[in-house]
Write a protein that binds this ligand. Structure first.
Ligand SMILES: Nc1ncnc2c1ncn2[C@@H]1O[C@H](COP(=O)(O)OP(=O)(O)OP(=O)(O)O)[C@@H](O)[C@H]1O
Length: 353
């Protein structure tokens, strides 16, 4: 069973980076007004984060309106966003409400904001600064109260430097920047995500996917996931269809994933790498904010993750998990009880053959 700490508003993750992200979302949502700029590679969950900001905010009773600026042709985007008045152009036989108006009182999510053309950037700036806009063909400004949450996978600062994005809009948008780390920088979340999507895609299936062998899991954890969580989600969906009723072994994975299998003899090197990696993870600068850190929570979170991952790798076998963790079995059992992990262990037996 997934525990509350394994995710937030449908965003799965319990790595330290994600825990930090969840607490930022909570603060930002409480504020309810400031403009937010979410940065992250494709498939990292930018829309999920934007939805979480909305549904935790005082605006939650009003609409959350997503607009993908890259998916709508430039000439249509203006009337989509701002609406138009009757007679504005041939074919405008009646007034049409724009998505900004539809989001009034709520949140307008502008995905791929880096693709917005300069004339629209100017109109958007007016919405943020003056809280008003003019529909296409309109002469009277219309007041609107909307929170703008924008997202991009591009480097907006660089676009500003290249003269492709308005500097004043950039500063207005990035009042609160939120950065979503790519999956390869939070590998601790991979097993949790696999488990979570297996549950989702197994639902209602006669023969659900049983899980992964340790060899397969190792390859997936090593893989760099350029398409991030979306790619992982798609892979699990495909495996559920192709291997329902079985466990997925290394040979069952598509070649590009299987190519990341751990070669025999590299285990010791990996252990050393893990030790080397531990310090930067634990001391990551992003953890620190003005109020300092919550030492006990962070240490507890790290222990929970290590225990859940060891249990996942051993199909819930505590003796084996204790061996992987180099802990006494009794110490591990004590920790599991103390942390109430007994019924909520990361993966069910079935998820890791
Ligand atoms: N942490 C997560 N937990 C659960 N599902 C996730 C997570 N991150 C992303 N997803 C899922 O991955 C898919 C892509 O997420 P989303 O559309 O929010 O990403 P995005 O960063 O906005 O991508 P793009 O930039 O390509 O639009 C969705 O199906 C979403 O539900």
């Amino acid at each position: 069973m997934l525990r509350k700490s394994d995710g937030f508003e449908g965003i799965i993750g319990n790595s330290l980076r994600m825990q930090k992200l969840f607490s930022i979302i909570e603060r930002v949502a409480d504020d309810g007004e400031s403009t937010v700029l979410i940065h992250g590679e494709s498939g990292t969950g930018k829309e999920l984060v934007a939805r979480a900001v909305h549904s935790r905010s005082p605006r939650r009773e009003k609409n959350f309106v997503p607009v993908n600026c890259a998916a709508i042709p430039d000439d249509l985007l203006e009337s989509e966003l701002f609406g138009y008045v009757k007679g504005a152009f041939t074919g405008a036989t009646q007034n049409k409400m724009g998505r900004i108006q539809y989001a009034a009182g709520g949140t307008l999510f502008l995905d791929e904001i880096g693709d917005m053309k300069p004339s629209l950037q100017a109109k958007l700036l007016r919405v943020i600064q003056e809280k008003e806009y003019e529909p296409v063909g309109g002469v009277k400004p219309v007041p609107v109260n909307v929170r703008i949450v924008a997202a991009t996978h591009r480097n907006l600062e660089q676009l500003v430097a290249e003269g492709k994005f308005r500097e004043d809009l950039y500063y207005r948008l990035s009042v609160i920047p939120i950065n979503i780390p790519p999956l390869r920088e939070r590998k601790d979340d991979i097993i949790l995500l696999l488990d979570s999507f297996i549950r989702v895609f197994n639902r209602g299936k006669r023969y659900g996917l049983k899980g992964f062998t340790e060899r397969a899991l190792n390859a997936l954890v090593n893989y760099p996931w350029p398409g991030n969580v979306r790619e992982l989600e798609n892979l699990v969906q495909r495996l559920v269809v192709l291997h329902g009723g079985e466990s997925v072994d290394l040979e069952d994975l598509p070649a590009k994933y299987a190519a990341h299998a751990v070669q025999p003899g590299t285990a010791d090197r990996r252990k050393e790498e893990q030790l080397d990696n531990l310090a930067p993870i634990a001391l990551h600068e992003a953890l620190w904010n003005g109020d300092g850190i919550n030492f006990n929570d962070l240490v507890d979170g790290l222990e929970r993750q290590l225990i859940s991952q060891a249990l996942a790798r051993t199909g819930g076998n505590k003796k084996e998990a204790a061996r992987l963790l180099n802990l006494k079995r009794t110490t591990l059992i004590e920790k599991i009880k103390k942390k109430e992990l007994e019924t909520g262990i990361g993966l069910p037996q079935a998820s890791c053959a």
